[in-house]
Design a protein around this ligand. Structure first.
Ligand SMILES: Nc1ncnc2c1ncn2[C@@H]1O[C@H](COP(=O)(O)OP(=O)(O)OP(=O)(O)O)[C@@H](O)[C@H]1O
Ligand SMILES: O=P(O)(O)OC[C@@]1(O)O[C@H](CO)[C@@H](O)[C@@H]1O
Length: 316
């Protein structure tokens, strides 16, 4: 069982437009709504591919009810912690060439009792979990070391912890010595305090994160695939996507696939890459079904091509 924790979930609204122009009224071609938040997406990917998962999240307001309704059909066991504020709504604006502009709200203010209730729910939900995933930003009011403290408690209790966050919440979580962290290229560069322009830079930056406390680093590198750095060394892998549609949630699919395949080693990296490639080929943050996976497209490279320049973020 993989338990996910999303401190700041969202209702994700995607609008498709012909062109994005500031200061004008833009008539959207289409719009759709998905459940959102990084841990929520990890659970959605796991459930869509037949794995048992439980998602812990704060829930309040009309958006909280909408999120629970959207998740009801997904086969995810939900642990909803009531809060007074309303769950946020995040907007993705998608242009015809696949460029996504994301507007993420800060989220509701959580009073100390509400943060404590989420932490308590995680401790209960995590009993007998194979992994606990702590993912996404923290909403206002939640202390910066929220994930760090949870990770420390869970680790002491023998539970494996994976973290995907950013900024100070991610930096402080490293000190709790998580088993796995999943930064994207920007988060890797920010946390390591160095530019990441090549695969060699990514290996070096992952080394910095390991020196700060992470056992293993699974870095997602957009169109350049993903890199796993652990005690066994560094492995780079990639899976081409013929027609990228949307990368929203692709990093979450990568992490979900990696954990579903055991959470360590090259075989898990390959599985994560297959899940991420499939998610990238689907619109919005839709998660792949078994028929969407093509494991034969995945390529692993034991020798990392350190001089290889990383591509600028793909428009999709
Ligand atoms: N253009 C692409 N072609 C092939 N694979 C891609 C492409 N873009 C993304 N991927 C796959 O998806 C994974 C995650 O992408 P990315 O690094 O953009 O994640 P992210 O920024 O964490 O995304 P999110 O936070 O929205 O989940 C990559 O590691 C890669 O495997
Ligand atoms: O604002 P955060 O918590 O950093 O990220 C939230 C978010 O952008 O991440 C998911 C994609 O990974 C989306 O479903 C969601 O809207």
């Amino acid at each position: 069982m993989i338990v996910t924790v999303t401190a700041n979930p969202s209702v994700d609204r995607t609008v498709e437009v012909d062109a994005l122009a500031r200061g004008t009224v833009i008539r959207a071609r289409a719009a759709h709504v998905d459940p959102g938040g990084k841990g929520v997406n990890v659970s959605r990917a796991l459930a869509a591919l037949g794995h048992k998962t439980r998602a812990v999240l704060p829930s309040g307001g009309a958006e909280g009810r909408q999120l629970a309704d959207l998740l009801a059909a997904d086969g995810i066991e939900l642990v909803l912690v009531p809060i007074r504020g309303a769950v946020r709504a995040n907007v993705s604006v998608v242009e015809p060439d696949g460029t996504v502009t994301k507007l993420n709200e800060p989220g509701p203010y959580l009073v100390p009792d509400e943060s404590a209730a989420v932490a308590e729910a995680v401790r209960t939900a995590a009993a007998q979990a194979d992994w606990v995933v702590l993912a996404g930003s923290l909403p206002p009011g939640v202390p910066e070391d929220f994930y760090a403290r949870l990770a420390e408690t869970l680790r002491r209790g023998g539970t494996r912890v994976a973290i995907d966050s950013s900024g100070p919440a991610f930096a402080s979580a490293l000190t709790a010595r998580p088993h796995l962290v999943k930064p994207n290229r920007e988060e890797l560069a920010e946390a390591a305090g160095m530019p990441v322009a090549t695969l060699g830079d990514a290996v070096a930056a992952a080394g910095v994160l390991r020196a700060r406390g992470a056992d293993a680093v699974l870095a997602s590198l957009g169109a350049d695939g993903a890199l796993l750095v652990d005690d066994g060394g560094a492995v780079h892998g990639e899976a081409p996507v013929p027609v990228p549609r949307s990368t929203v949630g692709a990093g979450d699919a990568l992490l979900a696939g990696f954990l579903a395949a055991g959470g360590c080693g090259a075989r898990a990296l390959a599985e994560g890459l297959a899940w991420a490639a499939a998610a990238t080929g689907l619109p919005g943050s839709r998660m792949p079904a078994p028929a969407d996976l093509d494991r034969t497209a995945v390529r692993l490279h034991d020798t990392v091509e350190t001089g290889r320049a990383l591509r600028e973020r793909d428009p999709a």
